[in-house]
Write a protein that binds this ligand. Structure first.
Ligand code: HEM
Length: 147
């Protein structure tokens, strides 16, 4: 069964979009620090990542917050991500590691935000991860070759 997101959480995400966008580079810089120190085994996956990888994630989170209730227009961007994830061998089992790191980075950065916001972002992460994991599964089953 696919992950759902509540109307309440959608509203919280949309209302927090500008706060998150303003802080996104800080959040994602911290997120990679946490990810690589808590889960050093994933570091080699980022061997070819550009120096501005954290900005790519920051821009994606910002765009996602604004478009969360119309994911159809966001799907082409997600497809680019899913294809890159396939090329770098990202598996469903990696998603909880990024979730832990992202949520910790968000809590560390947005110190004055309340629990409703963090709970909504947890739900939003699960919702997005579910979409990406499904796309990646489908791409793998189609054996799409990007070379
Ligand atoms: C909801 C969760 C995630 C989001 C929003 C996300 C976002 C992104 C974005 C925007 C890119 C750049 C795509 C491009 O333009 O080339 C990317 C690439 C990548 N992501 Fe993710 N990602 C997520 C989950 C993960 C997870 C769980 C892992 C594994 C630890 C991961 C590892 C990577 C790697 C290795 C790349 C390729 C870096 C390179 O270009 O070499 N991502 N991701």
């Amino acid at each position: 069964m696919s992950v759902e997101i509540s109307k309440k959480n959608i509203n919280i995400i949309k209302n927090s979009a500008s706060l998150v966008t303003r802080n996104a580079p800080k959040i994602t810089t911290k997120m990679y620090e946490i990810l690589f120190s808590e889960y050093p085994q994933v570091k080699p996956l980022f061997a070819d990542a550009p120096a501005d990888q954290h900005m790519k994630l920051a821009d994606t989170l910002s765009a996602y917050a604004v478009n969360i209730d119309r994911l159809n227009i966001f799907k082409p961007a997600l497809m680019v991500i899913a294809k890159r994830h396939i090329e770098t061998d990202i598996k469903a089992g990696h998603y909880p590691m990024v979730k832990y790191s992202l949520m910790k980075a968000m809590r560390d950065t947005l110190k004055h935000a309340d629990d409703d916001l963090f709970n909504a972002w947890e739900n939003a992460y699960d919702y997005l991860a579910d979409v990406l994991i499904s796309m990646e599964k489908e791409l793998r089953s189609l054996k799409i070759d990007n070379s």
